[in-house]
Design a protein around this ligand. Structure first.
Ligand SMILES: NC(=O)c1ccc[n+]([C@@H]2O[C@H](COP(=O)([O-])OP(=O)(O)OC[C@H]3O[C@@H](n4cnc5c(N)ncnc54)[C@H](O)[C@@H]3O)[C@@H](O)[C@H]2O)c1
Ligand SMILES: N[C@@H](CCO)C(=O)O
Ligand code: NA
Length: 435
C-alpha cells in the first residue's frame, strides 16, 4: 500500500524526536498502522541544519505554508509552538482537508473551539496526545478507555519543569531561582519559562483534560491559575512536618452546579502516590464513577517521550482516515452536538481544604480570637501547630482546615489579618486529600 505522507512543521526538540522515532521504528510502526508513515516534507527555520538532520529522506522547505497547501501531504504535524503562526497554519491545513497532529497545548487551550469546529466541518482529525502530559497516553485513556464512566474529577502533575523545581527545593533545600536555571538547562521548560513557573502551561493542559473529561468547550480564560514563584521554603518545610508534600496540581471537578478548573500549589498527603512523583515526571489521577481511581505516570516532556505521543496519533490517523468521520472518536470525546454548557465555577465557589500560616504575638487569647473567626465562617480546623519564633515574642501558627468554601476562607482571612495581634499576611495554600 502507498505510504501515508506527513508534512512536519518545526524540527526542534519534539520535531526532531518525531523524525527520529518514525525513522528508527518505521517497520514496527507500519506493522501496526497497516502502511508506512513517511515524512516527505519538513519546514524549519535553519535550512542547513534541518537538511543535515533529515538527509535525503525528506524535502526541507523554508515556507511552512508550502506544506499545509501541498496536495500530496495527508497529515500535517505542527511542532512550531505558540498560538500565532501555528494557528494560521493549522487552520489552513484543515481548510485544505488535511488531518493535523499537534503537541501545542497553548494553541488548543486558546483556539481549540475554533480549530475543532473547522475540523468537524471539513471531516478531518485533529489529534493532540502530545499536548497533555507528553508521552503519557492520557487523552487516549480518557477519550476511549474510560468512556463508560461519568468522570468525577481529574487531578494531575502536568508540568515537569515546576515538579522538578519543587522536588529539588524540598530534597536539597535550594532556592527557587537556582533550580529554575537548572530546569531550563535540562530542556523541559517552555520557550517562555514563566508559562511553566506561573502555572499557565499546566492550565493549558488542564483545560484540555477538563473538556474531554466533562464534554465542555475549551475554556482556558475561565481557569484559575496560581504558579509557584512565590512559594517559600518555609511552607514546603512546614507542610513536610505536617505529613504533606506541595505539588503544582491541576484539578478539574464536575459538581452539580458547575465545573472547577484550577491550577495552584497544593498540599497532598505524603503517602499518596501523586505526592511521590518526583523530578520532571508527570502523573494524572482520574476518578470515574464505575472504575474508581486510575493513575497514569510517565515522562511529560522531552524529545522522544513527546514524540512517542505524536507518532501514536499519526498511527491513529493512518488507521482511521478512510473511516466515515462520524465513526471516528470525537475530538473532545463527546459528540459535538452533545456538549454540555455547565459553567466553569469562579475560584470563590471552589470547595477544598486549606493550609493557613500566620505570625502572631504570642499573648493570651490570640488563638481564641482566630479560631472564633474561623468558626464564624463555618471553617472547621483539622489540625494546628504553633512554632515559637526564636529570640522573639512572636509565633508562627499553621492551621489545616477541613473542606470549606473559598469565599468563606477569604472573608475569614480578611478578618484575621485585621487583628492587632496578627503580624503577617496569612499565607494560604489549598490542600487536596485525593484518592
Ligand atoms: N519540549 C517538550 O518536551 C514538549 C513536550 C510537549 C509539548 N511540547 C510542545 O511542542 C511544541 C514544540 O516544542 P519544542 O520543545 O519542540 O520547541 P522548539 O523550540 O525546540 O522547536 C520549535 C521549532 O520550530 C521552529 N520554527 C519556528 N518558527 C518556524 C517557522 N516559521 N517555520 C518552520 N519552523 C519554525 C524553530 O526553529 C524550532 O526549531 C510546542 O507547542 C511545545 O509546547 C513540547
Ligand atoms: N514545559 C513543559 C513541557 C511539556 O509540555 C513541562 O515542563 O512540562
Ligand atoms: Na499525552
Amino acid at each position: 500500500m502507498e505510504p501515508i505522507r506527513v508534512g512536519l512543521l518545526g524540527l526542534g526538540v519534539v520535531g526532531g524526536g518525531t523524525f527520529n522515532v518514525l525513522a528508527r521504528n518505521a517497520e514496527e510502526i507500519a506493522r501496526r498502522a497497516g502502511r508506512h508513515i513517511v515524512v516527505t516534507k519538513v519546514s524549519a527555520r535553519d535550512l542547513v541544519k534541518a537538511k543535515s538532520r533529515v538527509g535525503d529522506a525528506a524535502q526541507v522547505v523554508a515556507d511552512p505554508f508550502e506544506i499545509v497547501r501541498d496536495p500530496s501531504i495527508d497529515i500535517v504535524v505542527e511542532l512550531i509552538g505558540g498560538d500565532g503562526l501555528a494557528r494560521e497554519l493549522v487552520l489552513e491545513a484543515i481548510a485544505h482537508g488535511k488531518h493535523v497532529v499537534t503537541a501545542n497545548k497553548a494553541l488548543l487551550a486558546k483556539h481549540g473551539n475554533e480549530i475543532f469546529a473547522l475540523a468537524s466541518e471539513k471531516g478531518v482529525m485533529v489529534m493532540f496526545e502530545a499536548a497533555v502530559a507528553g508521552g503519557i497516553p492520557i487523552i487516549k485513556a480518557i477519550r476511549e478507555g474510560l468512556t463508560a464512566n461519568q468522570i468525577e474529577w481529574v487531578a494531575g502533575i502536568i508540568n515537569g519543569t515546576t515538579n522538578f523545581i519543587l522536588s529539588e527545593m524540598r530534597a536539597r533545600g535550594l532556592p527557587f531561582a537556582d533550580v529554575l536555571a537548572e530546569a531550563q538547562k535540562l530542556g523541559y521548560a517552555e520557550a517562555d519559562p514563566t508559562f511553566d513557573v506561573e502555572g499557565v502551561d499546566a492550565a493549558h493542559k488542564l483545560t484540555l483534560l477538563s473538556a474531554i473529561a466533562f464534554g465542555v468547550p475549551v475554556q482556558f480564560d475561565k481557569a484559575y491559575i496560581e504558579g509557584i514563584s512565590s512559594l517559600s521554603q518555609t511552607d514546603i518545610s512546614y507542610a513536610e512536618e505536617l505529613g504533606y508534600r506541595i505539588k503544582l496540581l491541576g484539578v478539574t471537578k464536575a459538581r452539580p452546579d458547575g465545573i472547577e478548573l484550577r491550577v495552584h500549589p497544593t498540599l497532598i498527603p505524603a503517602k499518596r502516590l501523586l505526592a511521590n512523583v518526583e523530578g520532571a515526571m508527570n502523573a494524572v489521577l482520574v476518578q470515574g464513577d464505575a472504575v474508581g481511581a486510575t493513575l497514569y505516570y510517565g515522562k511529560g516532556a522531552g524529545e522522544e517521550p513527546t514524540a512517542s505521543a505524536v507518532v501514536a496519533d499519526l498511527v491513529d490517523v493512518t488507521r482511521l482516515h478512510t473511516a466515515d468521520p462520524e465513526h471516528r472518536v470525537p475530538h473532545l470525546a463527546f459528540q459535538p452536538q452533545s456538549m454540555s454548557d455547565k459553567p466553569i465555577l469562579p475560584i470563590e465557589a471552589v470547595t477544598t481544604s486549606y493550609y493557613l500560616r500566620l505570625t502572631v504575638d504570642d499573648v493570651p487569647g490570640v488563638l481564641a480570637e482566630i479560631t472564633r473567626i474561623l468558626a464564624d465562617a463555618s471553617i472547621s480546623i483539622g489540625s494546628m501547630i504553633q512554632k515559637p519564633r526564636e529570640g522573639s515574642t512572636q509565633a508562627d501558627i499553621i492551621f489545616l482546615t477541613h473542606e470549606a468554601i473559598e469565599r468563606n476562607v477569604n472573608a475569614a482571612i480578611a478578618r484575621i489579618e485585621a487583628l492587632t495581634t496578627v503580624q503577617s499576611k496569612v499565607t494560604r495554600l489549598r490542600l487536596e486529600n485525593l484518592a
